[in-house]
Design a binder for this molecule. Structure first.
Ligand SMILES: CSCCC(=O)C(=O)COP(=O)(O)O
Ligand SMILES: [Zn+2]
Length: 232
């Protein structure tokens, strides 16, 4: 079985640019240029049917090739493909928490804008507060909630919960899941002094929501510097 898990290259080799193994490598190259997956941090995972595609832990995510990827059988949680000498991303249980709630793709970013927003909220509103913003056009890039059709509107309040960081990524799972249960409509959870997890029904939704949120986090930091309120 261990021998088999080291092979199974057919699960990750494809000429289709939309194959999850190709997409993860391409997305991580793009996210590196945005400062989301710097210095081995951050990452992306995709669920396609019963297969979960995962990056290795501690590697430069922008340099990954499809042959570096792990493939997990979602129903049994057994690895179908395990590159030798590598460990799966420490974010695996966090990505699985998103997949367990219907996501098809989960993006973990170490964006400095996300980190700064968590610090501003803590200083001004306290440790238990969420990041909240309204009356910004880009809010329309975020879905209304799990199982709900359509996106938020300009006058809606976008609310992103914030959880505290832990020394080890995998120890975040419990608090991430608790926040997902408390805020079932959220498609993202910020992690204080660390970054953000963003997910969506599919790769397109996860990517556009992650881009919209990063835009909003940057805008929020700049608004704060100018003394402008996040909610009108
Ligand atoms: C300097 S990154 C520390 C771990 C982390 O936060 C992360 O996002 C990357 O974890 P991985 O195991 O996927 O390399
Ligand atoms: Zn991280």
């Amino acid at each position: 079985m261990a021998e088999q898990a080291g092979q199974n290259d057919h699960l990750i080799i494809s000429h289709d640019s939309q194959h999850p193994a190709n997409l993860i490598c391409e997305l991580c190259r793009k996210f590196y240029t945005l400062g989301w997956v710097t210095g081995t941090g951050g990452g992306t995972s995709i669920r396609k049917d019963d297969h979960i595609f995962l990056a290795p832990s501690g590697v430069q995510k922008e340099l990954m090739q499809p042959t570096d990827l792990f493939v997990l059988d979602y129903p049994t949680r057994n690895y179908l493909r395990k590159p030798q000498q590598l460990k799966p991303s420490a974010c695996t249980p966090l990505f699985l928490a998103a997949f367990d709630r219907g996501a098809g793709c989960c993006i973990h970013s170490h964006s400095q804008w996300a980190v700064l927003v968590t610090l501003l909220v803590e200083r001004d509103l306290g440790k238990d507060a969420c990041f909240e913003i309204s009356n910004i056009e880009q809010i329309k890039g975020i879905g209304k909630g799990r199982g709900k059709a359509g996106n938020l509107g300009y006058f809606d309040t976008l609310r992103i919960p914030i959880i505290e960081n832990t020394a080890h990524e995998e120890d975040l799972t419990e608090s991430l899941e608790a926040a997902m249960e408390k805020y079932p409509d959220a498609f993202a959870i910020l992690v204080r002094r660390h970054g953000v997890y963003v997910w969506g029904d599919n790769v397109h939704k996860a990517k556009t929501q992650a881009e919209s949120l990063d835009y909003i986090f940057q805008l929020a930091v700049e608004m704060h510097k100018l003394g402008l309120p996040w909610k009108v």
